[in-house]
Design a binder for this molecule. Sequence first.
Ligand SMILES: [Zn+2]
Length: 63
Amino acid sequence: MLAYTTHDVRVVAEVAELPPQDGWACFAPTDQARLECSCGYTEGPMLKAMAKLTAHQHIHGFA
Ligand SMILES: [Zn+2]
């Protein structure tokens, strides 16, 4: 365990579950993603472009 809080933000792409076809579960990518940070911070789902910006701001601040 680290003595200080690090921010290791993951951008997790959201997938949409579609009705099964021929018994196979189907998933489709969406334009949505959510954030999961090692510090416990989570955000989203939001647009992927927004997720990258929000992740950057979480680590580096708004300046
Ligand atoms: Zn964090």
